[in-house]
Design a protein around this ligand. Structure first.
Ligand SMILES: [Fe+2]
Length: 265
């Protein structure tokens, strides 16, 4: 049986999405990335999401799922994510191996679809992984998929998710590894009234902006963060975080970043 390309959500009108990103799970339990035990910090984020009332309809994981791709790291990630007993949809980042990721992250509640459909919303999951590079790129087939999907009449509201930021965030070293063909992305996406928002990971810091009528959201990591507006990488001492998005049937997005009240450094 092939990997499902589309999943459907049942909802009560509002879709609640918990976005987690840049989990950077390492091969051995207890290993650290920038001084943070990434397994422990993700476990803390998952525990916080597990306590939400109401709980999310969907957990969206936007890349850099593991730090160095290995089956052991993806299996430990799957074990952690599976604790949520909620649909979890994953897309790849620059640190991932998209093939291995799809092989190992399609079990139980965990999926790697391209589309998530509900009555009023559709979430598109794009693959911007570029082998051997920290920057990202949408292939011609990925741009074609995006264009074809946006040409369909319904639903009336769409959220696009990808790993790399498709707009500059005024952080020089990070902007040097953004989505390389952002201009092509915007050519496809702009002037599409159904696109209400674009959400990404990669930047390990919070970002919120707007391009025309489209809301733009960058989300901090579940492990280590970087300071905004720097020329070179500077570690921030902020805690692990995730983003909550409430997708309303009328197209409104309510969102906030939730910082954990823990210090794991
Ligand atoms: Fe990352």
């Amino acid at each position: 049986m092939g990997i499902p390309q589309t999943i459907s959500l049942t909802d009560d009108g509002v879709i609640r999405v918990a976005q987690i990103t840049d989990t950077h799970i390492l091969e051995a339990p207890g290993d650290a990335f920038m001084g943070v035990d990434t397994h422990a910090s993700l476990a803390a984020v998952i525990a916080a999401i597990g306590k939400l009332k109401p709980g999310p309809n969907l957990v969206l994981v936007t890349g850099d799922l593991v730090h160095d791709p290995s089956a052991a790291a993806y299996r430990r990630l799957a074990a952690l994510l599976g604790e949520l007993q909620t649909p979890v949809c994953c897309l790849p980042g620059n640190h991932d191996d998209p093939t291995l990721m799809r092989e190992l992250l399609n079990l139980g509640f965990i999926n790697t679809p391209r589309l998530v459909n509900s009555k009023a919303w559709q979430i598109l999951l794009l693959d911007s992984h570029l082998t051997g590079r920290h920057s990202g790129r949408l292939s011609a087939s990925e741009l074609g998929f995006l264009s074809t999907t946006l040409n369909e009449d319904s639903p009336s509201n769409r959220l696009i998710a990808l790993h790399h930021h498709p707009t500059r965030i005024d952080c020089v070293w990070m902007d040097n590894m953004m989505l390389e063909n952002a201009a092509e992305f915007w050519t496809v996406v702009e002037c599409r009234p159904s696109v209400r928002g674009v959400v990404w990971g990669h930047i390990h810091q919070e970002y919120q902006g707007r391009r025309g009528d489209i809301n733009l959201y960058g989300t901090p990591s579940t492990c280590a963060q970087f300071k905004p507006s720097t020329l070179l990488p500077v570690r921030d001492d902020l805690p692990p975080a995730y983003r909550l998005l409430e997708l309303h049937p009328d197209g409104r997005i309510e969102t906030s970043v939730r910082w954990l009240d823990v210090c794991l450094i």
